[in-house]
Design a protein around this ligand. Structure first.
Ligand SMILES: *Cc1c(COP(=O)(O)O)cnc(C)c1O
Length: 466
């Protein structure tokens, strides 16, 4: 065994390390400058460990493999897939729902090739990036015209700016929604240069309230779906059909911010509160806005459906250029909409509908498999329980889906510590702390994720409390 000082003198130089076979191999992938820098870092770390006495013998291979690890770590993306064990299907912090494979493929193809984004291959002339997507929207919804922007917040901003700038828009006090991430109806209204006219009370708004508020300066009546809350008890609100009739009589726009934009009925899953896109249209709204990445299950985008004239005004508005969607989102959205041509295909291919559809028995079987992948100590603190999943992400507020979870109540580590360890796992696992246990929900987990999930749980529980 060497003394630290003599060991330090024995350390190889960078030039010597660069000559090794392993370093040469690394330079097939990484530039000489990057390899040199990684070797320096590896040597520096080794010096520290030698001085502290933690390292007592010198292995050339160790230096090279730690340099390799440094290079690989630097290449690793911070942005990566995580396992959603929260039971919240549309989890905004986790990127809302995964898209269908076909949509993902379409986005990838658009990303890595040239595309006919603004080129009409039939005529050989310049084209409009929205034409394919508008056609797909018309085919699925039967609407007169349509438009796509970056997200629903942008859609509402554009609709109000193009249709009501400098004028008044009437909204019920019960619908002055705030969506997480600072989308507030009054603020969007101010930003678009409209004056918000609040009517009714928090719990009750009648058609007469709208009628009385209309005057020369009024441009539109707007209805906002209360996506993330419910008002229950002594309540009253005005249906879109009545609002649309009134708007038509007075020559005003009837704008409906639908939030989620469900294309398929959710009643088979016990979710009754979400309005459907086709109902919003048939009730006579002349502009309907919703997100592409909530219940539609597509990429982040804002979809605007409506009558020709208001949509034409929006298309011409200067904000349109600032809010336009990119080629990857448009490709993914078109692929998603094509799935809706057949309800069966949509339900099979969209991960969101697969999650909604799974029976409690399927979830139980998934929990059993997960239990079987754990080791004994982890299994001994786990219990399968009935639980509840939620749609989340500003959809179906207050409504739940029956679910199954594994509940962990270990004695040797705190729940917050366990939660953090899971979120820091190789494949991060985002779980849920509920009362005195940590829940790993089965409705938002896929079978392919069970192995990395089990690995993360096993490791998290095997370490002592820090
Ligand atoms: C979610 C939501 C929005 C914002 O949509 P994004 O696509 O997240 O920008 C606006 N209005 C309502 C009613 C919503 O539910």
């Amino acid at each position: 065994m060497e003394q630290p000082s003599s060991l330090l003198r024995l350390l190889p130089g960078i030039d010597q390390l660069l000559q090794t076979e392993q370093a040469q191999a690394l330079m097939q992938t990484y530039s000489p400058a990057l390899v040199t820098q990684a070797l320096r870092e590896a040597l520096e770390t080794l010096r520290v460990h030698i001085r502290s006495g933690a390292v007592k013998t010198l292995e050339m291979d160790d230096i090279l493999s730690s340099a390799k690890a440094i290079l690989m770590r630097a290449q690793r993306m911070d942005h990566r897939p995580v396992i959603n064990a929260t039971g919240i299907l549309l989890h905004t912090n986790l990127g809302r729902a995964p898209m269908a494979n076909r949509a993902g493929e379409a986005a990838k193809q658009a990303a890595i090739s040239y595309t006919n984004l603004e080129y009409d291959v039939q005529t050989g002339k310049r084209g409009d990036r929205l034409v394919p997507i508008v056609n797909a929207l018309l085919a699925v919804t039967g609407v007169e015209d349509a438009l796509v922007v970056n997200n629903n917040a942008a859609a509402v901003l554009l609709a109000l700016s193009a249709l009501a700038k400098g004028q008044e828009v009437i909204v019920s006090r019960g619908e002055l929604v705030e969506i997480g991430g600072s989308f507030r109806v009054p603020d969007v209204m101010a930003q678009s240069g409209c004056t918000l006219v609040e009517i009714g009370t928090t719990n009750k708004t009648r058609l007469a309230d709208y009628e009385q508020a209309i005057h020369d300066e009024t441009a539109a009546l707007m209805k906002v779906h209360t996506s993330n809350y419910q008002i229950i008890g002594f309540t009253q609100s005005v249906e879109m059909a009545d609002l649309a009739r009134l708007a038509k009589q007075r020559g005003l726009h009837a704008i409906y911010d639908l939030g989620s934009g469900a294309m398929l009925p959710l009643s088979p899953y016990g979710l009754l509160m979400e309005p459907l896109v086709k109902d919003a249209l048939s009730q006579g709204a002349d502009v309907v806005c919703f997100s592409g990445d909530k219940l539609l299950g597509g990429p982040q985008s804002g979809i605007i459906l409506g009558k020709k004239e208001p949509i034409a005004k929006m298309k011409k508005h200067p904000l349109m250029r600032a809010l336009r969607a990119d080629k990857m989102s448009l490709a993914a959205l078109e692929a998603t909409l094509l799935l809706y041509q057949d309800e069966g295909i949509a339900k099979r291919e969209l991960p969101l509908y697969r999650m909604l559809n799974e029976s409690v028995d399927t979830l139980k079987a998934r929990a059993e498999t997960l239990l079987s992948l754990l080791d004994k100590p982890a299994r001994s603190v786990a219990r399968m329980i009935d639980s509840q999943a939620q749609v989340g992400g500003g959809s179906a507020p207050g409504e739940t889906l029956p679910s199954i979870a594994l509940s962990f109540a270990p004695e040797h580590i705190g729940l917050n510590e366990l939660y953090l360890r899971l979120s820091q796992a190789e494949t991060p696992v985002i779980a849920r702390v509920h009362q005195d246990s940590l829940l790993v929900e089965m409705r938002t987990v896929r079978d392919e994720e069970l192995q990395p999930l089990a690995d993360a749980i096993r490791l998290a529980l095997s370490q002592e409390a820090s």
